[in-house]
Design a protein around this ligand. Structure first.
Ligand code: GLC
Length: 454
């Protein structure tokens, strides 16, 4: 007779099988894109998350995601946030960026010219955990120089105050494109005349109807056309400077010490140290002292007035007090004190803050910015849950981590592998068959049910 436990196990196996199909569906010559249709190009943190999921059942394919992504690393160490699909029909996407204008780019591969959250070290370690000792040693040896070069680039070019806090120059670099602190910062700047003209003539309303993303998702869930044009304009300015951070930074539209990015970077630094130590390699002195400085400076992102972590404007030093899920990511950094971690956990448990039926909302529900279906302004995202679960576990909040993991798995099991979800109703939104949702659900199920895996 089948017990309740057997049938629960069977249904989890089924979810994992479906998730694997999603990753297959999104594979082009074994390389995983975020989703067919809307996202035909490879994307930095998406590729790392895909590799983490793949590591459970196809470690070679997981390694391939990382290896081939790192081949696009620029000669200064920068790793671009998009690798463009080479098909002729994507000429325009490649042309918008024209990465070749930078002498530092890889001539043969069209990429963007900005970066995204540094998830490589995490993916490399997760893959390493699946290898034999000898294989792992080789794998780490091969990847160490790429990681060192990337982290060094961040310190050399995105660390203008020399505090070790990394400054981002475009909202796309956060991965949380239209998150409130960045949107607020965008609204602070005057729009160029041509965007004002488009808005005045109401051409943006017409554009709403013919937007590329509107073919796949409801445009009311995404950035507005006005915002998208502003982001494009910011990109144009960066492109004019040939993606050279030293030229961009002094007059950058955006210069933000982003709390989400810096939390992930702090964790990436710790993992980098672990990788080097496990193969008896010494990290360069300059890097080690920068890493120590980042850890010492992280507290600058704590606002003792509101008792919250916030992103900070690098030029003026003011906090961007629009609340967002980024304020919880210091849990993932692993370097905050136990008492701070507890305070963040309280926010996760508070009904007026981040405690929704289908957690975690990307903006607290009490925020005036909260919109349950709008991209990074409210919906729950599986990658963020995954990062928070990992952080909670490392602080010993096992019960809460398990609860969040179970809720994430159940949500996806019931609703499908969507890009994001309404945190109040669980209603799915964005594109379906989204790679990181599938990959990270495989990982979460493997963490809670190791007997099913590998
Ligand atoms: C959106 C997300 C970004 C992600 C990309 C591809 O732009 O905001 O984080 O990397 O889609 O999935």
């Amino acid at each position: 007779m089948q017990t309740a436990k057997d049938s629960q196990t069977a249904s989890l196996v089924e979810v994992v099988n479906q998730a694997k199909k999603v990753l297959d569906l999104n594979s082009i010559e074994n390389l995983v894109i975020p989703a067919q249709g809307l996202y035909p190009h490879r994307v930095l943190w998406d590729s790392c998350f895909a590799a983490i999921g793949l590591s459970h059942y196809d470690v070679k394919k997981a390694q391939l995601q990382i290896d081939s992504y790192l081949k696009t690393q620029w000669s200064n160490g920068m790793i671009p946030h998009i690798i463009f699909n080479p098909l002729p029909k994507y000429w325009w996407d490649r042309h918008i960026w024209r990465s070749k204008i930078s002498p530092l780019s890889k001539r043969s591969i069209a990429t963007s010219g900005i970066t995204q959250p540094p998830m490589f070290a995490e993916a490399i370690v997760r893959i390493g955990n699946k290898l034999t000792d000898i294989e792992r040693h080789k794998w780490y040896e091969q990847k160490l120089d790429n990681l060192i070069a990337y982290h060094r680039w961040l310190y050399a070019e995105r660390n203008p105050e020399k505090t070790g806090l990394i400054t981002l120059i475009h909202p796309w670099e956060t991965g949380l494109d239209n998150t409130p602190p960045w949107l607020a910062s965008l609204r602070h700047h005057h729009a160029p005349w041509w965007i004002n003209m488009i808005t005045w003539l109401k051409i943006d309303k017409v554009a709403d109807k013919i937007r590329f993303d509107a073919r796949y998702v409801d445009p009311s869930e995404r950035s507005t056309t006005y915002e998208a044009l502003r982001l494009y304009d910011a990109l144009r300015k960066i492109r004019k400077k040939k993606y050279d951070s030293t030229k961009i930074m002094p007059n950058s539209t955006f210069a933000i010490e982003d709390i989400a990015y810096n939390s992930i970077f702090i964790r990436a630094n710790s993992l980098l140290k672990e990788i080097a130590a496990s193969i008896n390699q010494k990290l360069p002195e300059d890097l080690l002292s920068n890493i120590a400085m980042s850890e010492a400076s992280f507290n600058k992102l704590w606002d003792s007035e509101d008792k919250k972590y916030f992103s900070r404007n690098q030029k003026y030093g003011n906090f961007l007090k629009e609340d967002s899920i980024g304020s919880l990511l210091p849990l993932y950094s692993g370097i905050i004190s136990d008492s701070r971690a507890k305070e963040l956990l309280q926010r996760i448990k508070s009904k007026s803050d981040f405690n929704t039926t289908y957690p975690l909302p990307s903006v607290p529900i009490s925020s005036p910015w909260f919109k349950p279906r709008r991209y990074w302004q409210g919906p729950s995202w599986i990658n963020i849950n995954w990062l928070i679960i990992d952080g909670l576990k490392r602080y010993g909040f096992e019960k809460e981590a398990l609860e969040l993991s179970n809720k994430s798995v159940l949500l996806v099991k019931d609703k499908g592998f969507y890009e994001y979800f309404n945190p109040l109703s669980g209603e799915p939104a964005g594109v379906v068959n989204f790679s990181w949702t599938a990959a990270l659900i495989i990982d979460l199920i493997n963490q809670t049910h190791p007997e099913l895996g590998d």
